[in-house]
Design a protein around this ligand. Structure first.
Ligand code: ZN
Length: 169
């Protein structure tokens, strides 16, 4: 597989437009403001911002992340969130809705159909609004931990300590 990946890299490197993601060129106009912790990276993704710089928009469309961050040039094509954002969104929707459902059944006099309609509409709204933040946070963590095709980003030095730098480049 290593040979195949090298070949792929070579093809991708020679594609037009690829030079935008060249780290040497990117540093010329916008040094990436890297997050300091996993949490910070995840929060940036959660709010739909590029985890690398915190400025560029991560999702120009609802669930499709940008290929290259327009601000810092970080390449996001290596992300493989797959179904995981959906699992996270479903689990969270269930936990948020469960007490609401219990309250509605026990404390209100709505008919079964009214209850069902409210529960389905609430569930769809919750699920829809949780999917993109979940996907952003998951992609951010994949990138920060160097999973899949991501190259693990260098860790900024911790305040006051110069020997805690873990540069993996
Ligand atoms: Zn960026």
């Amino acid at each position: 597989m290593a040979g195949f990946e090298t070949l792929l890299d070579r093809i991708v490197d020679n594609m037009p437009g690829k030079d935008v993601a060249d780290p040497d060129r990117v540093d010329e106009y916008c040094p990436p403001d890297l997050p300091k912790t996993t949490f910070q990276a995840a929060v940036r993704g959660l709010f739909g911002r590029c985890p690398s710089c915190g400025k560029g928009r991560m999702f120009p469309r609802l669930l499709k992340p940008v290929e290259i961050c327009p601000t810092c040039g970080q390449d996001w094509t290596a992300q493989q969130a797959d179904d995981f954002p959906a699992y996270v969104a479903i689990i969270m929707t269930g936990h948020i809705l469960a007490p609401v459902i219990i309250f509605m059944i026990n404390e209100t006099d709505f008919s079964m159909w009214t209850n069902l309609a409210i529960i389905i509409i609430l569930g769809l709204i919750l699920l829809g609004s949780l999917l993109q933040p979940a996907k952003g946070a998951i992609i951010a963590m994949q990138w920060w931990m160097g999973l899949h095709g991501f190259e693990k980003p260098p860790r900024p030095p911790l305040a006051g300590t110069s020997d805690n730098v873990q540069d993996h480049r």
